[in-house]
Design a protein around this ligand. Structure first.
Ligand SMILES: Nc1ncnc2c1ncn2[C@@H]1O[C@H](COP(=O)(O)O)[C@@H](OP(=O)(O)O)[C@H]1O
Ligand SMILES: [Mg+2]
Ligand SMILES: [Mg+2]
Ligand SMILES: [Mg+2]
Length: 416
């Protein structure tokens, strides 16, 4: 905590209430005391700064202490949890056996790694942040693992979780029982919403890519009062070098960790490494040179529609098709300039598929909206209701991208 108030001056920055100084300006926000304080605190918190007050009596000047490092301990816990979960997932992907792939009732594949990653992350976050009320909205639940037919799988998941905790090396974590693993998975049943703090977890995003041996991500975000304030994306199979047309780095290393905190920018480090680099979206304004990301799975996003939008924009390069929120990570460091996602009619997006990715891109200077240009609203529970689709690009390209999207959607509608 440090006092970051600008020095008091006469005039706009100062008012008197009795003999106490009541107005200051902090980073361009007016901060009041007494009855004004609640409102001001809320405004400041929206910018990711936390506030506390110290005042012994109303006749002494009031000191507001502002911490410029909010969500720091949450970020450290999230990075640790996602990094360990990535280790668990890598182990499973290497040895992926057909018996490790199960089918949930909606027929999407779910592997022991999805469950293991969720149990591990939920357990670590709760343990590392004991002073906070714990709430996590996560994709998986333990229903199938509680059935007779799920017992072998549950044992395997518990072993995996314990082996991974032991590999952490610091002896800080105990072994978990199968019941504790089930309880950790079911911690994820929170509903989220616009009040308080909620973790948002996709333990493996891109399960189909994971099973195929391709890209996947462990995606962990934090909502505070309905806004995403922190995001971590572990992408074990993403090269440190660019995967798009904008070649900037040369490295053969694979495995990236992206993280972002509101107001603090986006950073990337090698998974398991410690040197972090600040990343930025590609500041390109000519769409002809841009490259475009989309889902590998045409069932998740219409390739025809994105093709028509790319044509209208004049994008020359073929689309880069990869699984998971690794697309957001790649975009945040400028590998490409556009990400388009147009699910088929009737599909409802979930917050865990976009929370971490969206802050990773916006803190790197990008914009994430729905197809009508509205910002994404993460405050409505587990669903993310969007107009038609999700589009992501930099500030300069967004106006022409929105025009192209509108035209392509109108054409599609009139051809039906
Ligand atoms: N019919 C559908 N349309 C759009 N998205 C879908 C979908 N079926 C599943 N998904 C979501 O698409 C995510 C993967 O996105 P991508 O195609 O970018 O890799 C899946 O995440 P999981 O793999 O975590 O289940 C799942 O939530
Ligand atoms: Mg899934
Ligand atoms: Mg997902
Ligand atoms: Mg998933």
């Amino acid at each position: 905590m440090r006092n970051i108030f600008s020095k008091k001056k006469k005039g706009e920055r100062e008012r008197k209430m009795g003999t106490a100084t009541v107005w200051w300006r902090v980073r361009g926000i007016s901060v009041g005391v007494g009855s004004e304080l609640r409102l001001s605190e809320a405004r400041i918190r929206r910018r990711g700064i936390s506030v506390s007050t110290r005042s012994s009596c109303c006749s002494s000047p009031l000191t507001l202490i502002v911490s410029s490092m909010p969500y720091e301990k949450e970020l450290a816990a999230a990075k640790k949890a996602a990094t360990l979960a990535a280790r668990l997932c890598q182990k499973v992907q290497k040895a992926l056996l057909q018996s490790d792939v199960h089918s949930k009732s909606d027929k999407s594949p779910v592997t022991v790694a999805d469950y293991g990653s969720q149990a591990l992350i939920s357990f670590i976050l709760e343990r590392e942040l004991p002073s906070e009320p714990f709430s996590i909205v996560a994709e998986e639940d333990s229903g199938d693992l509680r059935k007779e037919s799920g017992q072998e799988t549950l044992k395997r998941i518990t072993e995996l979780v314990n082996d991974t905790l032991a590999s952490e090396g610091s002896n800080t974590f105990p072994s978990l029982t199968t019941d504790e693993v089930l309880a950790a998975i079911d911690n994820g049943k929170s509903e989220g919403g616009s009040v308080g703090k909620h973790w948002v977890l996709d333990p493996i995003d891109g399960t189909k890519g994971f099973v195929r041996g391709d890209q996947y991500a462990i995606a962990l975000g934090l909502l505070h009062e309905g806004k995403v304030v922190l995001g971590v994306l572990a992408c074990p199979n993403l090269p440190l070098a660019s995967i798009g047309s904008n070649q900037q780095h040369s490295s053969n290393e694979v495995g990236c960790l992206f993280f972002a905190k509101v107001g603090d920018g986006t950073y990337m480090q090698a998974l398991g490494g410690s040197t972090q680099t600040r990343v930025h979206v590609w500041d390109i304004d000519n769409p002809e040179q841009a490259s475009l990301f989309e889902s590998f799975e045409a069932a998740h996003s219409s390739h025809d529609l994105s093709g028509s939008i790319a044509e209208k924009l004049g994008v020359k390069a073929p689309p880069v098709r990869i699984d998971s929120q690794a697309k957001y990570g790649a975009l945040s460091r400028g590998d490409g300039a556009i990400y388009l996602r147009f699910p088929h009619k009737g599909y409802r997006e979930k917050i865990w598929d976009h929370a971490a990715g969206s802050i990773v891109v916006t803190e790197a200077g990008g914009i994430v909206t729905d197809a009508a240009g509205n910002p994404l609203d993460f405050s409505k529970g587990k669903f993310l209701d969007v107009d038609t689709g999700i589009i992501v690009t930099n500030q300069k390209l967004m106006p022409s991208l929105l025009r192209a999207v509108k035209e392509a959607l109108n054409e599609k509608a009139s051809s039906l």
